[in-house]
Design a protein around this ligand. Structure first.
Ligand code: FPP
Length: 354
């Protein structure tokens, strides 16, 4: 039904747009320019320099001496300027990337910026397998560790863009059925990472963000439950954006709890309204997600935010979660801007007929 409203137009290989951004070729060219420059800078900062540095320090026997000497000569200034483990050049590149992101996000904000983005962080184990990360029965969480790093950079981009709520599906109730050693290792990782989120230089501190944990927290191991509670208490008065972590969560479980709580609140035989359930959902007080992004190309919602997603734009990019990057996030927002007008109109019509 939606597809019939679309026609291809102009420079942008997208359906017809309601967003002023997508319908303007010059802005699109600007966006492409900013993004490409940023992308190559950030690649240089994260991968290139590290690889070259490894190469310079750990020359193996097969490296030709001239190549080794030449590379060393080229990168000597950056090595000399190294201060506190981080070279001044990589710091400068960090600043440039930040400015490029600012430009990119201010161009993006010409269209509607989503207030709430939710992520199903799928594909961490497949990533570990594909990249042959050290992962055996005693250390099953290496893909999830890379996944956590990706979560931190994604949070940073979302908050810089002006997204107020970010929600992530970190552990479903069904995940407790996995191998006990894997569950234990994920719980240990969760505890470690929650503690890390409370440190001075964490992304939560930087943006004065609040953290929520949604789910049947009684099912969690005690250390994780206590860490989650401590994190919620410590950030409850923060005024910045919000991170909600769904752990020991399924949507059907959330709905069941909301029904039970609504029944408890009501007088005998009083009818239960949709608004009663809304009030008793974990998500009460939070806007419905504008976009749900599930990585690794999976197209199912897997019992995630079913109650809250009737007007949500679903996105299924192909990369595994640890490979998800700024480029995929920007693409998701552009697609959302493209369908935003249609979703808003449909929502208005349905609310009018209620
Ligand atoms: C504190 C905090 C928010 C921590 C979150 C850490 C993190 C990245 C958790 C992801 C958990 C998870 C079960 C992902 C699904 O990938 P999968 O294991 O199902 O991988 P697969 O799809 O390849 O099987």
């Amino acid at each position: 039904m939606m597809a019939s409203q679309y026609t291809r137009s102009g420079l942008f290989p997208f359906p017809n747009s309601n967003s002023p951004l997508l319908s303007s070729p010059s802005l699109f060219l600007w966006l492409s320019f900013c993004f490409t420059t940023f992308y190559y800078y950030s690649r240089l900062a994260t991968q290139g320099q590290r690889k070259v540095r490894c190469f310079v320090y750990c020359r193996n026997k097969s490296t030709p001496r001239t190549t080794y000497g030449f590379t060393r000569f080229l990168y000597l200034p950056s090595l000399l300027m190294e201060k506190n483990g981080k070279s001044m050049i990589s710091k400068a590149i960090g600043h440039v990337s930040f400015v490029m992101r600012k430009c990119l996000f201010s161009i993006l904000s010409i269209g509607p910026v989503p207030a709430h983005i939710a992520f199903i962080m799928d594909g961490n184990r497949r990533y570990a397998k594909r990249h042959a990360l050290h992962q055996d029965s005693t250390n099953p969480g290496s893909g999830h560790r890379v996944g956590f790093k990706c979560l931190i950079s994604t949070l940073q981009y979302c908050y810089e863009m002006g997204v107020k709520y970010v929600t992530v599906y970190a552990f479903s109730i069904d995940n407790f059925k996995r191998d006990p050693q894997e569950v234990q290792s994920l719980m240990d990782l969760m505890k470690e990472k929650i503690d890390e989120l409370l440190t001075e230089d964490s992304v939560l501190k930087k943006f004065d963000a609040r953290i929520n944990f949604w789910g049947d927290l009684q099912l969690l191991s005690e250390p994780v439950r206590l860490a989650a509670k401590k994190a919620m208490d410590m950030t409850v008065h923060n005024k910045g954006p919000v991170l909600s972590v769904c752990v020991a969560y399924t949507s059907t479980n959330e709905i069941t709890h909301a029904i039970e709580a609504s029944v408890r609140e009501k007088q005998e035989n009083a009818p239960i309204e949709v608004s009663d359930l809304d009030r008793n959902m974990y998500t009460a007080g939070c806007l419905e997600p504008d976009i749900i992004i599930r990585t690794s190309g999976e197209t199912r919602l897997s019992n995630f935010l079913l109650w809250q997603s009737d007007f949500t734009h679903l996105q299924n990019p192909n990369p595994l979660w640890p490979e998800f990057s700024l480029r995929h996030l920007v693409w998701a927002v552009l697609e959302y801007q493209n369908v935003h007008g249609y979703l808003k109109k449909r929502k208005g019509e349905i609310e009018k007929n209620k």
